[in-house]
Design a protein around this ligand. Sequence first.
Ligand code: ATP
Ligand code: MG
Length: 476
Amino acid sequence: MARVLIVEDDSSFREVVGLALKESGHEIATAANESEALKALDGGVDLALLDLGLPEKESGFSILDEMKKRSSTVPVIVLTGEKDMASHVRAMRDGAFDYVTKPVDVGQLERVIERALKPNGEPGTGEAIGLVARARTTPLEEGPLSELLGESPAMREVFKALGLLSASRATVLIRGESGTGKELAARALHNFSKATEKPFISVNCAALPGTLIEAELFGYRRGAFTGAERDRAGKLEAAEEGTLFLDEVGDVPLEVQVKLLRVLQERKYERLGETDSRPFKARVIAATHRDLEAMVREGRFREDLYFRLNVATITLPPLRERREDIPLLTERLLGEIGREIGRPMEGVSVRALDRLLTYDWPGNVRELRNALTRAAVKARGGVIGAQDFAFGQIEAPDAGGASAEAAAEAVSRFPTLDEVEREHIRRALARARGHRGKTCKLLGISRPTLVRKLRKYKIDAGPGGAGTPVPGAEGI
Ligand SMILES: Nc1ncnc2c1ncn2[C@@H]1O[C@H](COP(=O)(O)OP(=O)(O)OP(=O)(O)O)[C@@H](O)[C@H]1O
Ligand SMILES: [Mg+2]
C-alpha cells in the first residue's frame, strides 16, 4: 500500500482514478493546482500522478520541477493527453518516472505505479502505456516538420529514451534503417539538452572520402596538403561545447576510425599540419543504418571505436513495424506538402489509406513522404486517391486492380443509397482512426446503430473498431 497523490484539475478524473487506486489498496491524496500539490507533497507521499494538461500551459512542468526540487525521490508519473514529442521528451528529461497517455487505462496505470514503487524501479523502460487511437486535436503547425512524429508504443519508447538521454552528455548511438528519422532524433537530443544554445554540427561521413573527412573533422593548417590555401577550423572545433553529430558513422574509413577513437578517448586532436593539440569539448552523437556488429566481425569497423560509440543506443523502429503511425504521419506530412506545393491537401481517400497501411515502406518515413509528395502533385483536388500512388508493386484491392473499363463503369454507374451509406461509414471510421465513439459522433448516430450498420454492411471493424491499430481499453 502506498500514499498516492493525484494532481489533476478535472475532478471527475481525480475521482475515477482515485477510486480505482483505492480499490487496489492505496491511500489517495488529491490536488487541483500547484499550491495544493506542494502542500500535499510536504505532508508526505510515496508517489505522485501529475496531469501535464492543467489549465495554464506551463503549470504542469513547473509543478514537476518544483516537486523534483523538494523531494527528488518521490516518483512522479506524468499524465498527458498531448501527442507531440516535445512534452514527452521534456517530461522524461525533467525527471518524470514515466508517463501515461490519456485516456488512461487503469490496469496499465497500476502496472506503472507498481514499477515505480519498487525500490530500484527503472524509469521509463516498461511497456508503452495507454495508447488509444484517436483523431488529432492540436492544430497543424506551420513550417517544415522538425519533430519526430508517432503515437505507437515503439515511438513512445523512443521519446522516453530521448528524454532520458537529453539530460546527459553521454555518447549516443542512433540506429535504424534508412529514413526512420535518425537525424531528427539526434537534433532532438541536442534541442532538449542544456547545450541547446550551442552549435549542432553535423558531419555526413558517407558523403566524403577518407582524406576529406579528416580535413573536415580536424581542420587544417595552410599548406598541409595541396589546395589547403589557408588555415581552417574543423567541425570538431565548430561544435564548441555543443553537439557533434557523426552521421553514417559506419561509413568512416578504417584509417580515420583510429583518429576518431583517439579524439573520443583523449578529448583532444590536432589540425592537419599542426602539432599542438586542441581540446575537444562537444558531445558526440553518432548514427548509422549499418550492422556495426557484423562490420566489427568482418574487420571493417574497429571494435574499440564501436564500444566508445555504443555507450547508449536508441533504435528507431522501421515504419512497417509501427503501421499505426501511418495515419498521423500522412496527415501531418500532407499538411506540410500542401504548403510546399502551394495547394492545401485535405487528406487521402479511404482506399488510398488502405494502400498506405498495407505497403511495406522499405524507405520508411522518407519514402512515405516522397510517395505523398508525388501523389499530391498528381492528384486533381485536395484529396489523394489510391490511383495517385505509384509506389511498390501492389495493386489497390478494388479500383486499381480492375480493368480500365470496369473502373470507368464503377465511376459512371449511379451508386445505391446503401452503397453510399456503407462508404460513408467506412470514411468516418477511417477519420476517427477506428475509434467507435468518435465515429458515432461524426455520423450523429448512437453506438447500437453503428454496431447494427457495421453488421449490415459487413464492415470489419475489429474488436476496438476498424483499423484501430492498438486494440485496447476505451479508457476513461
Ligand atoms: N517519425 C518521424 N516523424 C516525422 N518525420 C519523420 C519521421 N521519421 C523520419 N521523418 C522524415 O523522414 C525523412 C528522413 O528522416 P531522417 O533524415 O532523419 O532519416 P535517417 O534515419 O537519418 O535516414 P538515413 O539513414 O537515410 O540518413 C525526413 O524528411 C524526416 O523529416
Ligand atoms: Mg540520415
